[in-house]
Design a binder for this molecule. Structure first.
Ligand code: MN
Length: 231
């Protein structure tokens, strides 16, 4: 096989404690999946889950123990953090029942759904796609993937984010409106999930802006800590 130009290297995320990497297929994100975050965005109640995507190469890998560099993106004056539990799919499928969902999960990671909030809000107002607000380069920082067997009880894990050492977001995965299993059920009804898919499961309340020089440090208990400096 020859190509008209050299294809890019596969996007891959390290796996904690293993030499093999996890090759990324797609990045799905769940919108407004914690009640208090839905409220801070001006919504209430349990609406059916909805999804948006980021390109796979929006991943910004931060290796264990490292401080990543997060470039401040173009066009925005309101660059928001959203700390999220990321679910890594190891076995694909369509119409997966919630009761069977965990058999499809390879592992979990700590991620950030970085958002150009001003652009997202403008698109919302105009009824246009969110891509420019959500799917830009380096918008999906992620730490190493912890295999499911080693992850502990993520469904009740604390999730938190500090900026320059001060708390911005602190909650528990138990407060997800749509649980991990329910999310997989809904998502796999709309798309056939593939090994390598990542699901950013939503962010708790406390989202806010960062500026160049800020240090973001966030984590999910049992999964790890993600550290990045905004450049
Ligand atoms: Mn999000």
């Amino acid at each position: 096989m020859s190509y008209v130009f050299t294809p890019p290297a596969p996007v891959a995320v390290p796996v904690a404690g293993r030499p093999e990497k996890f090759p990324v297929h797609r990045i799905y994100c769940v919108g407004r999946n914690y009640e208090d975050h839905a409220k801070e965005m001006g919504f209430t109640g349990r609406e059916p889950p909805f999804f948006f995507l980021k390109p796979a190469d929006a991943v910004l890998v931060v290796a264990e123990g490292e401080t990543g560099t997060l470039p401040y993106p173009s066009l925005t004056k309101n660059f928001h953090h959203e700390i999220e539990l990321v679910v890594a799919i190891g076995k694909g499928g369509r119409n997966i029942a919630a009761a069977d969902a965990f058999a499809h999960v390879f592992g979990y990671a700590v991620g950030l759904d970085m958002t150009r909030r001003d652009l997202q809000n403008e698109m919302k107002k105009q009824g246009r796609p969110w891509s420019i607000g959500k799917g830009f380069d380096h918008s999906a920082p992620i730490g190493p993937i912890v295999p499911r067997e080693q992850a502990g009880d993520v469904e009740k894990a604390e999730i938190w984010l500090q900026v320059n050492g001060a708390d911005r977001q602190r909650s528990t995965v138990a407060k997800l409106i749509w649980s991990i299993a329910e999310t997989i059920e809904h998502l796999s009804a709309a798309w056939e999930l593939q090994p390598g898919d990542l699901i950013y499961s939503g962010t708790p309340e406390g989202v806010g802006a960062v500026v160049p020089g800020d240090l973001l440090e966030g984590g999910v208990a049992g999964i790890g800590t993600l550290r990045l400096k905004v450049a």
